[in-house]
Design a binder for this molecule. Structure first.
Ligand code: A3P
Length: 283
C-alpha cells in the first residue's frame, strides 16, 4: 500500500502522516496551546511504551497529577478542554520535537521521552495497524516493513522522530527513558522518573508500583475496566484493549527475515551514525 492509498484513514500535516483522530484544525491550532510551567509531557513514537509510563506516573502516591488524553487527539475544542484541569497536567503526545507547540519549549515544561528498540516498535505498530480501525489495514508484515523503512507510517519515520528528540537530550527539562531498561531494571527507571518529577518514593511504594504496572496486571485491568475514552494516552485509539499485546523485548525476531534484518541494520547504522542513543537500541 502506498502512502497515497493510506490517505483514506490518514492525512498529512506538515509532511507527516496523522490519523483522522487528529483533526487538521486541531493540529493547526496547537501553536496557540497555553502551556503551564508545571505541565509534564509524555512523548513517544507510537508503540514505545507510552501507556506503561502513563500508568507508572498515575500510580505514584502523592503525585497530584491528572493524566489527560493526547494533545493531538480530537478536534478544535481540545485546547479548551485542556484548560479545565486544575491539577498538574500530564499530557501525552506522539509529536516530533519540531511539531511540539512553541509555548511548551519556551516554558521549559518537563518532558519524558520514551524510546524503544525500533525493530520491536515496528512489529508492535504492524499489529496495531491490523487491529486498530483508525489505521489502514496492511495485509502482510513485508508490506508494512517497507512502509516503516520509508517512514510512510503514522508520525513518520522512527529515525527522524528519535533524532529530533535526541538533539535535545541534554536540555535539563528532558528525560529520556528506554523501554528495554524499564524491563531490565524497573526500580532504576522508576527512580529516574520520580527524581525528575521531584517526587519521593520509598522501596515499598516502588514494589507496589511495579506490581500495579506489570504487563499482566495492566492487560487484565484493561479488560475489566469500563474504559474512559478521556484516558486514552495514544492519539490513535480510544480502545485500551488494543494496546496490550505481548509486552516483551525481542519479539522482532519472530517477524524479520534475515534479509530484512540486514537491510534494517544497514539503515540504522547510516541514520544513527551520530547518535549517542543508538548503542542502547541495538537488540
Ligand atoms: P507490544 O505490541 O510489543 O506488545 P504504547 O503504549 O506506546 O502504545 O506501546 C504499546 C506497547 O507497549 C505494546 O507492545 C504493549 O504490549 C507494551 N506495553 C504496554 N504496557 C506494558 C507493560 N506494563 N509492560 C511492558 N510492555 C507494555
Amino acid at each position: 500500500m502506498s502512502s497515497q492509498s493510506q490517505l483514506s484513514v490518514l492525512h498529512k500535516f506538515k509532511g507527516i502522516l496523522f490519523s483522522n483522530m487528529s483533526s487538521e484544525e486541531l493540529l493547526n491550532s496547537l501553536d496557540s496551546f497555553d502551556a503551564r510551567e508545571d505541565d509534564v509531557f509524555l512523548v513517544s513514537y507510537p508503540k514505545s511504551g507510552t501507556h506503561w509510563i502513563a500508568e507508572i506516573i498515575e500510580s505514584i502516591p502523592n503525585a497530584r497529577i491528572t493524566l489527560t488524553s493526547s494533545i493531538e487527539l480530537g478536534d478544535i475544542s481540545k485546547l479548551e478542554e485542556l484548560k479545565m484541569y486544575s491539577q498538574r497536567r500530564v499530557i501525552p503526545t506522539h509529536l516530533c520535537y519540531d511539531l511540539l507547540p512553541a509555548n511548551i519549549k519556551q516554558k521549559q515544561c518537563k518532558i519524558i521521552y520514551i524510546i524503544r528498540n525500533p525493530k520491536d516498535t515496528a512489529v508492535s505498530l504492524f499489529h496495531y495497524y491490523r487491529d486498530n480501525p483508525n489505521l489502514p489495514y496492511i495485509e502482510t508484515w513485508s508490506a508494512f516493513f517497507e512502509l516503516f523503512l520509508r517512514g510512510e507510517v503514522v508520525y513518520g519515520s522512527w529515525f527522524d522522530h528519535v533524532l529530533s528528540w535526541e538533539e535535545h537530550r541534554n536540555d535539563k527539562n528532558i528525560l529520556i527513558i528506554f523501554y528495554e531498561e524499564m524491563k531490565k531494571d524497573f526500580p532504576k527507571s522508576l527512580k529516574k522518573i520520580t527524581t525528575f518529577l521531584e517526587i519521593n518514593v520509598n522501596d515499598s511504594e516502588i514494589n507496589k508500583i511495579a506490581r500495579k504496572t506489570s504487563f499482566s496486571e495492566m492487560k487484565n485491568n484493561s479488560v475489566k475496566e469500563n474504559f474512559d475514552p478521556n484516558h486514552t494516552v495514544c492519539a490513535l485509539t480510544s480502545d485500551r484493549n488494543l494496546v496490550f499485546r505481548k509486552g516483551v523485548v525481542g519479539d522482532w525476531i519472530n517477524y524479520f527475515t534475515s534479509k530484512q534484518k540486514r537491510v534494517f541494520d544497514e539503515l540504522f547504522t547510516e541514520k544513527m551514525k551520530h547518535s549517542q542513543l543508538a548503542r542502547f537500541l541495538e537488540e
